[in-house]
Design a protein around this ligand. Structure first.
Ligand SMILES: Nc1ncnc2c1ncn2[C@@H]1O[C@H](COP(=O)(O)OP(=O)(O)OP(=O)(O)O)[C@@H](O)[C@H]1O
Ligand SMILES: [Mg+2]
Ligand SMILES: [Zn+2]
Length: 333
């Protein structure tokens, strides 16, 4: 329930010793967990002052004390997210998606699933903004803060900036390579149907230099939303009227790979490099996604939907060379 690879027949803990060590720093950690989801939620500390993890989904911090994994209200080493009551298997979905990202080579903190006594699974991820051994804090800032936008309205995380503006800021603060990495994370999000890649799901460290934090909050959320909803959380361009060419002209609701190339180029990245990195990424997703989804703990029906979604998204992303249809003579007269 960490690496999603097969277990030896014997020892049915659900984990490889090595994986327990990677996530919890100790393969003998005591994972004595509550009875069921309700029980777990009732034990979760109320929103306490020291609780600095915000977001929409219910979540809480955990730490290992005396070799036992416990719920804590501050200084946690982990963040634990049960699936929201109204969306089943979000935990399994996030685990599968981040495991796929890790296999592809993105920077992902160690994460896994915890099994409650009634077999319900919850998601757990190691905090990347705390040193695991010393608890030392690393300061992180999300894209809204980095752009100097205030958080007075919760919808600001969707409306107050475009991907182009974030990428431009990253090029200015950190350079092309970091911006390219962010662009690839956006392409990945589209490939797996993560329609919630908003300004608070992009974060940066400042010390010792400006760079992206590891990935978090990536899952196939489109599996839960209706087809008419925008598949990407933010507008692409600074000029909100302008839509990427394929998306804007075809009007079929899908983005092509060429739209992401256009985004990268408008932000200031070099076209040849963007093109090359996006195609490499798409090949990796095509090669690695089916197995990661299949090996995951999502129910079979959800796996099938997920595999089909990725296949469909890849079909559109593979269109890397869309050019605007030339206006007809009639139209241009
Ligand atoms: N592994 C991690 N280590 C450190 N900080 C994290 C980690 N995962 C998430 N965070 C921080 O906690 C915040 C909330 O986490 P996350 O985005 O997973 O929750 P969410 O409720 O699903 O968010 P949303 O508002 O997007 O629905 C993030 O914006 C990020 O700042
Ligand atoms: Mg989030
Ligand atoms: Zn393992």
């Amino acid at each position: 329930m960490i690496c999603l690879k097969t277990l030896p027949e014997k020892g049915t803990s659900g984990y490889h010793g090595k994986c327990l060590e990677r996530l919890f720093g100790d393969k003998e950690v005591d994972l004595d967990l509550p009875e069921n989801r309700k029980d777990l939620v009732s034990k979760m500390p109320k929103q306490t002052k020291g609780f600095s993890i915000s977001g929409v989904q219910m979540k809480c911090q955990m730490a290992i004390e005396d070799k036992k994994l416990k719920l804590v209200d501050h200084n946690g080493q982990f963040i634990m997210k049960p699936s929201p009551e109204e969306y089943a298997n979000v935990a399994e979905n996030e685990h599968a998606t981040l495991t796929l990202m890790d296999r592809i080579g993105f920077d992902v903190p160690p994460c896994g699933l915890l099994r409650l006594q009634d077999d319900h699974l919850v998601f757990i991820i190691r905090r990347y903004d705390r040193d695991f051994e010393t608890g030392m804090k690393a300061h992180q800032e999300d894209a809204m803060q980095a752009l100097g936008i205030t958080n007075e309205d919760a919808s600001n995380k969707y409306t107050s900036a475009s991907y182009e503006e974030v990428l431009k800021m990253v090029i200015k603060e950190a350079g092309m390579a970091v911006a390219m990495e962010l662009l690839l994370r956006l392409v990945f999000s589209y490939a797996v149907g993560n329609d919630d890649h908003h300004l608070k799901n992009i974060s940066f460290y400042h010390d010792p230099m400006f760079r992206l934090t590891p990935c978090y909050d990536v899952l196939a959320s489109s599996l839960y939303s209706s087809a008419s909803e925008n598949p990407m959380a933010l507008p692409f361009f600074e000029d909100r009227e302008a839509l990427p060419s394929y998306y804007g002209n075809m009007g079929n609701g899908f983005y092509a790979g060429s739209d992401f190339i256009e985004l990268g180029v408008r932000a200031g990245l070099l076209e040849a490099a963007v093109r090359k990195r996006i195609s490499q990424l798409l090949r990796k997703v095509a090669r690695l996604a089916p197995a990661a989804i299949h090996d995951s703990y999502m129910p079979d029906e959800m796996k099938e939907k997920y595999v089909n979604l990725v296949r469909q998204r890849l079909t559109f992303l593979d269109v890397l060379d869309y050019t605007n249809p030339k206006p007809t003579r009639e139209g241009s007269r």
